[in-house]
Design a protein around this ligand. Structure first.
Ligand SMILES: [Cu+2]
Length: 245
């Protein structure tokens, strides 16, 4: 389980975000299996989908406490996801979450469907449709000054990472990159393919992290998943939790 998260309580206060992953008896776990080049991936997002961060805290092996320097840029309720694989034989990856409240004036944003993003001089486009109840192929393309970018670098064992959350309850979706893991020194682009599993029809928030010239950039999209033909009538009885495999 994810123990309560310690973090600055108000906007602008400098401090540290820290937490422990504990066994059910309350002991801190220090054994993690590496996945995508890290023992633990931390996703932090405000509940309206804004202020997304994907970061990698450090584990203090002596105490089992993960931490990193932290400052909140805006107030609100935040969902924190710890995505990791326990170093236990046969263990699968798990995603544990908690909320953190940050004091201050909160101005929520309303999500509008958005398939293009401008980030740090890059134009990033999302193609492909999500369909409820199936694995959907989506493609992200990166351009700069109107030209396709083919210099996407490996970042965390892939040519880009896509995190997908369901709007509203912020359920964490499972997204997998298509193709083999990149070789050291290789580059790719402008298109990166993913397979995403949307459990239900409705709105999803997608966050694409990519690396060019050693710098990581993050593009945000909002898409509506269509109702699958097979699943249209079965949503009530088939209550798949988005967090389950
Ligand atoms: Cu990560």
């Amino acid at each position: 389980m994810l123990a309560p998260i310690a973090a600055p309580g108000a906007v602008g206060a400098r401090g540290e975000l820290s937490f422990q992953v504990q066994t059910l008896s309350g002991e801190a776990t220090t054994e993690f299996a590496e996945a995508h080049e890290k023992d633990l991936h931390l996703i932090v997002v405000r509940t309206d989908g804004a202020e997304f961060r994907h970061v990698h805290p450090q584990l203090d092996e002596a105490t089992g406490t993960w931490s990193l320097p932290w400052t909140w840029d805006s107030a609100g309720t935040y969902r924190v996801y710890a995505d990791f694989t326990p170093a236990t034989e046969g263990a699968e990856g798990v995603t544990l979450t908690r909320t953190v409240e940050v004091a201050g004036t909160f101005a929520p944003v309303t999500s509008e469907v958005r398939r293009t993003a401008e980030v740090d001089g890059f134009d990033v486009t999302l193609d492909g449709d999500l369909t409820a109840g199936t694995t959907s192929d989506v493609t992200v393309s990166v351009a700069r000054d109107g030209k396709p970018v083919t210099a996407l670098e490996p970042y965390l064992g892939a040519f880009g990472h896509l995190v997908a959350l369901r709007d509203g309850d912020l359920s964490y979706l499972h997204v997998h990159a298509q193709g083999d893991a990149p070789r050291v020194g290789s580059t790719a682009g402008p298109e990166i393919g993913f397979m995403a599993e949307a459990p239900t029809a409705g709105r999803y928030l997608l966050y694409f992290d990519f690396q060019v010239d050693g710098t990581v950039h993050s593009a945000e999209f909002v898409v509506d998943a269509g109702r699958g033909e097979m699943h249209g009538a079965s949503d009530e009885t088939h209550s798949d939790d988005a967090d389950s495999h």
